[in-house]
Design a protein around this ligand. Structure first.
Ligand SMILES: [Fe+2]
Length: 274
């Protein structure tokens, strides 16, 4: 598969932080002691490191990490699971969204995480690997993540699961609480409530593959995080308390953008390197 670009560039990150913290361009310029025109130029793509670093500090973003992104110096290079894991990156309107399939190679028991815009690739793999999908877990119920739910659920006859804080609108769908445990084959799944971007957004922490794996939905992206105009602080806190405290080598499988790891994000994500 072609390399998946980062979900957000540095201008998206500045805008997300401003929206979450409710800081206008004028406020930001004042706090950072730069001209509004300089802030506008930065947000239009003209990088001046001195302005960028001042702006970063006043948005509680890591200046080094933001500067690295602005100059294209960060992309997470993550080793791939040798087996039992697949990512599907599908087009939804003008963006792309990820969905995942995880399975136990010995028993062929599998679980799907979101459906993406089109579950065709996932269905092909299920059939070529002869997998039995028992559960479809939803990170959250925004349209791009569940667009092909009916087709996937009908084809696999799997149970559909979502957080009790954000139930799926699908006949027979089931709900879980935080810290629920599921097992398929040798694999174990634990639900972590990492809400903010949406009310019931969930991270699925999976052990039993060659590395720990967390399917984080839109809680966190490589070098960014899920936006929220209303619950930015909650999303931030949940990411720090629940995702970034997972073991350092945990692979983070995000709803958009490339795979990353806890350790890479602790060092390179502007939101978490302040
Ligand atoms: Fe999304």
């Amino acid at each position: 598969m072609a390399r998946i670009p980062l979900e957000d560039n540095y201008t998206d990150i500045i805008a997300k932080a401003q929206r979450g913290m409710k800081i206008s361009d004028a406020d930001l310029a004042k706090r950072a002691e730069v001209d509004v025109a300089a802030v506008e130029a930065l947000k239009a793509g003209q990088v001046t490191d001195a302005v960028l670093r001042r702006v970063a500090r006043h948005l509680r973003l890591g200046p080094d990490a933001l500067e690295n992104l602005a100059h294209g110096r960060y992309y997470p290079e993550v080793r791939v699971f040798p087996h039992g894991f697949a990512i599907f990156n599908t087009a939804y309107e003008d963006m792309r969204v990820n969905s995942y399939l995880v399975w136990d190679a010995r028993t062929k028991q599998a679980a799907a995480f979101d459906t993406g815009a089109d579950c065709g690739g996932m269905l092909d793999l299920i059939s070529s690997e002869k997998l039995r999908v028992q559960s479809i877990f939803l990170t959250h119920t925004h349209d791009d993540h569940i667009a092909d739910l009916k087709r996937l659920a009908e084809a696999t006859k799997a149970d559909v699961w979502a957080s009790e804080r954000e139930p799926a609108d699908y006949p027979g769908a089931r709900t879980f609480r935080e810290n629920a445990h599921f097992h398929f084959g040798e694999l174990a799944v634990k639900t972590l409530s990492t809400w903010g971007h949406s009310p019931g957004q969930t991270t699925f922490y999976i052990t039993g593959l060659s590395y720990p794996l967390a399917i984080v939905g839109d809680s966190l992206f490589a070098a960014s995080m899920g936006g929220s105009a209303t619950h930015y602080a909650d999303q931030y806190k949940n990411d720090v308390d629940k995702i970034l405290k997972l073991p350092r080598d945990t692979v983070l499988a995000c709803g958009h953008g490339p795979l990353t790891t806890v350790s890479l994000e602790k060092r390179n994500n502007p939101f978490f390197t302040t």
